[in-house]
Design a binder for this molecule. Structure first.
Ligand code: ZN
Length: 320
């Protein structure tokens, strides 16, 4: 009898649910809806349950054939417990316990951070998944996740994979969203890219229209040979390379995966990162390749479903 797993990605704005078969983790159907704003300690879980019931009903899947629910959350989480969440009104809440309250007790529940699960999802979506992989997501913020021996690395407090807040340069004036200075995110996040472009454009000629400034416009100009744009993107690539070279000496991954909105710049960005990485990396880690993420916005739900599968497998091994 075919069994199924639900992968849930809870964001501050939207919640996405995917239904997967439990063997190959192939996406059968998905649904997306607005995150409820009130009483989030309860309402989110009630909504998720309602939507799962509705989607499996439309697929003619019985609740008893749903063997697990994997959930990606937008905050640090350890063993299913969230102390505080900047994107949701959650504090001191045990997500696993909350889900167990409303789903049948034999449904396996597994929960982790969304960026970590995106790393797992991206890696597992490769033709042959690697044992050790690092995902760096470039968007408004810089995030990421680390897969070690096929499992995501949460760390002792759930901060494992907070790549954007690695302090990689001397910053005297500007403060990062995390309250610190000199974070990778300050250079490679959207804000950092746009601010540095404006700064350079004050003293240098550029083809970029500053009234229509966007990250895409900077990349497009760089591809067309604009000097200011290339200085900005080179700085992004250089600091990503420095950060990756540090990660390589700790994680020793087989692959770096670059995702997030900024990664739409494609091979132009990857080539630049690899160029700097070769000079920054130590020992043979300079040979670790960089690839673009390819699951789009589904990485979180795919990773969440894989987390359930891995957890069930691990339990079977322990029980044997
Ligand atoms: Zn920071």
């Amino acid at each position: 009898m075919k069994k199924y797993i639900a992968g849930v990605d809870i964001g501050g704005t939207n919640i996405k649910i995917g239904i997967f078969d439990s063997e190959k983790i192939e996406l059968i159907d998905k649904v997306e809806f607005k995150t409820p704003k009130r009483d989030q300690n309860q309402s989110i879980f009630i909504h998720v349950k309602k939507e799962i019931e509705s989607i499996i009903k439309s697929l003619k899947i019985k609740m008893e054939d749903l063997i697990g629910i994997g959930v990606a959350v937008p905050c640090p989480i350890k063993n299913g417990y969230v102390f505080a969440c900047p994107n949701l009104d959650w504090s001191n809440i045990d997500i696993v316990k909350e889900l167990h309250k409303i789903f049948p007790s034999d449904v396996k529940v597994a929960v982790s951070n969304d960026a970590s699960l995106a790393a797992l999802g991206e890696n597992e979506s490769l033709e042959i998944p690697y044992k050790n992989a690092v995902l760096i997501t470039l968007g408004t913020g810089v995030g990421g996740g680390v897969v070690i021996d096929g499992n995501i690395h949460e760390g002792s407090m759930g901060y494992g994979g907070e790549i954007g807040h690695m302090r990689v340069y001397e910053e005297k004036e500007l403060t990062c969203g995390c309250g610190s200075r000199g974070c990778l995110e300050q250079i490679c996040g959207t804000h950092g890219i746009l601010e540095y472009t404006k700064q350079l454009a004050k003293k240098n000629k550029t083809t970029i229209d500053l009234n229509k400034l966007s990250v895409k416009a900077v990349f497009d100009a760089a591809k067309d040979g604009d000097n200011v744009a290339n200085q900005v993107i080179d700085r992004v690539a250089k600091y990503l390379a420095i950060s990756s070279s540090i990660l390589a000496m700790i994680v020793d991954p087989e692959i770096f995966i670059i995702g997030g909105g900024v990664s739409k710049a494609g091979s132009f960005l990857i080539d630049k990162i690899e160029k700097y990485y070769k000079t920054e990396a130590r020992f043979s880690s300079g040979n670790i390749p960089f690839i673009l993420a390819n699951t789009g916005n589904d990485a979180g739900i795919i990773g969440a479903a894989h987390l359930v599968k891995n957890t069930i497998k691990r339990n079977e091994k322990t029980d044997a």
